[in-house]
Design a protein around this ligand. Sequence first.
Ligand SMILES: C[S@@+](CC[C@H](N)C(=O)[O-])C[C@H]1O[C@@H](n2cnc3c(N)ncnc32)[C@H](O)[C@@H]1O
Length: 288
Amino acid sequence: MKDNQSLYTAFQVTLTLLAQSKKAPFTDLIPSDAVLLASQYLSQTKEGKKHLSIFKSPIKRWCLNTLTEWWLPGYPSFLLMRKRYVEQKVEAFLEAYPNGQVVNIGAGLDTLLSRLARRGISNRLIEIDYPLVMDLKKTYSLHHNLIFSGADLSQTPIERVLEDSGFNPKEPVLFLLEGVLMYLPEALAFDLLQTLARLSESSTELLFSAVREDERLFSKNVKRVMEKNNSPFQWGKELAPLASRLSGVGFSLQEQASHEEFYEQFSAQFPMPRVFVLYEYYNYAVKT
Ligand SMILES: C[S@@+](CC[C@H](N)C(=O)[O-])C[C@H]1O[C@@H](n2cnc3c(N)ncnc32)[C@H](O)[C@@H]1O
């Protein structure tokens, strides 16, 4: 995989978030330390620097936001709400398990674990993504309890990556896989989940997103954008079949939430989206 391809999906999420960060009414909904960290990560590459220059210009920013909403209707709103949803789940986990670990698989340039480490929590935090992506984060997020592990998950078994990252099978763990399993072949994705259930000997929670199988739910551009950038979705599943597939790999589904449920939960903070993203949803499960 070429460098720019392996960075593409990580960049795409971060750029969309940064573009929203100066747009009313979202300004207060994106933490300022998230904006700072994401900008620092991006500034590590030529491509990232080019994008950052866009954010300095209100006109270019407006064009980018308009274009994103046109190409991927509803996506910016979905992204902001899903980040809030994930953050709440991680905070609830850490409250329930003060000695818990959080492992973010396919972390991309997400800033959540770095921000938690900056706040001084001492829990073990692990991020896994392509080496090229992880390298962008190391300089700006140096914390003794935050490990960045570079690996291609289609080539390196997850147990090896976890072992090399200091994962402790005896401590409670939350595995977070946000926007990543759909880029792996389906068999590999479920093998990976099964391995997570098998490896962990303590309370184990799982939060991951999946895409639907029904092609009609995708805006016509989603797949086109992914394929053009050599990051096509490899599989999709409807909600009920996913629940039963999960039980086969050792997890019991507790909750499924899509953009519509996020909005129900966050309607006091977020404006009503013009369009709801229907193709992607989140799954929260515990090890049986
Ligand atoms: C859409 S991004 C999501 C990033 C982050 N989880 C978020 O939601 O902000 C997908 C991430 O999965 C990573 N990824 C995809 N395939 C991977 C693989 N085979 N090995 C390691 N990471 C992979 C990409 O590099 C990218 O950072």
